[in-house]
Structure formats: C-alpha cells, structure tokens
Design a protein around this ligand. Structure first.
Ligand code: ASP
Length: 317
C-alpha cells in the first residue's frame, strides 16, 4: 500500500523513496503474474484511459496500452497527428473535450515541458505524464530504478554513470531525481553544450541540486569504477542548431563502446531508455551484448505502468 497519495503522476519529484519502493514492488508482482499466466485482471474494469500523444512513441504508448488492458481498463489511443489537433485545436480544448467524454485518466506526452501540469489544472481526469519536453518522464525513471536494482542489488551508494545529452533529456532529469532518492551516486559526462547551461549555480535548469551529481569532462572519467551505465539518446529534435558540430565526432568522443565499458566495474550493466541511435551514443555490440539490460527495461516498462495505473486509477470511475 502506498504511503500518501496524489491524484496525478506529473513527475518523480513528488514521490518519496518509500512510494518508489512500493511501486517497484507492485510492478514486480505484476511482472510475475504476467509471466506465469495469461494474466487478465479486472482491477480497472469500468475505467477509461486515453493515451494522448503529441510526440512519437513506441515503448511508452504501447506499454501503457498493454498495462491498462491487462488490468481490465478501456484504453483508447489518440495520436495528435490524426486528431483535431491537426486542425489547430489547442491542447486545452482537446483535453477539455476528452474530459467531457468522461475519461478517467489521460496519459499525455507532449513536446512542451509542463504541458501535462497545465492539463491537470483544467480537467477532472487523472493525468499521467508520459514525457513532457526536456522536463520529466516519471514512469521511465521508475522502471529504470526497478531494472537497475534487479541488475546490481542494493542501490544505496552505487555509482551510476549517466552519459550523453543531459540537457535535453527528460529521462536524465527524472532519473537523476529518482536515483538520488534511492541513494545512488550519479556521475555525468556530456559535452559542455549538452549540460544545463547554469550548471555552476546552485540548482541548475534541470531543477536538480548540483551537489546531487558529479560532472566529468570525459566519458572515461565518469565510467571508471561505475556500477552501472545509462546511455542517453541524443535529442536531435530538441536542439537548436550549432550545439554539435559533427555527430561522428560526438560518437567518437562521447559514445559508449567496449573500451570505455571496460573501465566500469566488471559486469556493470548498461541501460538505455530507447529509442537508440545505435552507433552514435552506443555501439551495436554493447547495445545487444551480454551487459545490456535494455530489453529488461522494456519488459519492466509494462509491469511498472501496470503498477502506476493501478495506483493512480483504481479508485476512479
Ligand atoms: N523514450 C524516451 C523519451 O521519450 C527517451 C528518448 O526518447 O530519448 O524521453
């Protein structure tokens, strides 16, 4: 049973470490149930969940759909490109329209940071953030905590190297916050242009205290003796021109490869939230090699979204 409760899941900042632990535990139970049987529950029978995606997605959208259906909810997927958004309808009007249809929960992905927070203020439905701009991706962080704990055991005091596009990655921000709550030490490496630009002043633009992370000037320094590595996708769609002179150079200097991985602790797992730019931020042999837990992340994504939907939606309707 989760301690405390909020109607919406907009970011991980509002979750305590106990709540994160509870969600991870519930997700593990769901994963076991799904593996053992053709699991179908009616915990969310009569609950309608709409997934409203203004940005592309494979893993997150499909796993929310799987999760909702496995719990007996009615799940309707709305893609912005085939809805009236294409005719110019605003986010507010779209959300209010869906709310008026009696939806119980809206799972929203949007390119603008804060969009789910804005919607939450104007609808009766529960809002679950499935990724907003460069801001937050709470369910990704939760499934990452679940995956890493299974891969290395106790998280407290473990060192996680977070490599790549810190500035534009919502996964980076949510992961830093969630992992810090679980006592993980975070070592960061990124080109200066892909670090938050106010990194040197107290709390940076990620909303993360600078003391919560150690910033390194090279991948090698961040990865050395790390217990685990998280590679981040280069968020080319969020960058203004000129931040990266050359992606080949990026791959050479900042990409994860076997030489760099050899500097981490033996057996240190490698994560990536997907989709991967294979050969850019991560080499193919690492992405599909024995140290990769990337498919575990995907598998845990369904179970974690079941835990999240159960927690935030079971009392609706
Ligand atoms: N799928 C994750 C997200 O939506 C990671 C990524 O796209 O880089 O943020």
């Amino acid at each position: 049973m989760l301690v405390g409760s909020s109607k919406h899941l907009l970011d991980v900042d509002s979750l305590s470490s106990d709540q994160i632990r509870d969600l991870v535990e519930n997700a593990r139970e769901f994963r076991t149930l799904r593996a053992a049987t053709q699991f179908k529950s009616d915990i969310l029978r009569g609950i309608s969940i709409y997934t409203l995606f203004f940005e592309d997605s494979t893993r997150t959208r499909v796993s929310f759909e799987h999760a909702g259906k496995a719990l007996g909810a009615d799940v309707i997927n709305i893609s912005a490109s085939t809805s009236s958004v294409n005719k110019g309808e605003s986010l507010l009007n779209t959300s209010v329209t869906l709310d008026s249809m009696g939806v119980d929960a809206l799972v929203i992905r949007h390119p603008h940071s804060g969009a789910p927070h804005f919607v939450a203020q104007h609808v009766n439905a529960t809002v679950i953030n499935a990724g907003d701009g460069a801001h937050a991706h709470p369910t990704q962080a939760l499934l990452d905590v679940m995956t890493l704990e299974e891969a290395i055991g106790n998280l407290h005091g473990a060192k996680l190297a977070l490599i790549g596009d810190i500035r534009y990655s919502r996964v980076a921000r949510s992961d830093i916050i969630a992992f810090r709550k679980m006592g993980v030490e975070i070592a960061i490496a990124a080109p200066a242009t892909l670090l938050p630009n106010d990194w040197t002043h107290g709390v940076n633009s990620l909303g993360v205290a600078n003391s919560d992370v150690t910033v390194h000037g090279s991948v090698e320094d961040a990865v050395r003796d790390a217990d685990a590595i998280m590679c981040l996708r280069l968020q080319l769609e969020r960058q203004s021109a000129g931040l990266l002179p050359d992606v080949n150079e990026y791959s050479r200097v900042w990409g994860m490869n076997s030489q760099r991985l050899a500097l981490a602790k033996p057996d240190a797992p490698v994560m990536h939230p997907g989709p991967m730019n294979e050969g850019l931020e991560i080499s193919t042999d690492i992405a599909h090699g024995g140290r990769s837990v990337i498919t575990d992340q995907v598998q845990n994504g369904v179970a974690m979204r079941m835990a999240v939907l159960e927690h935030f939606c079971a009392t609706l309707g």
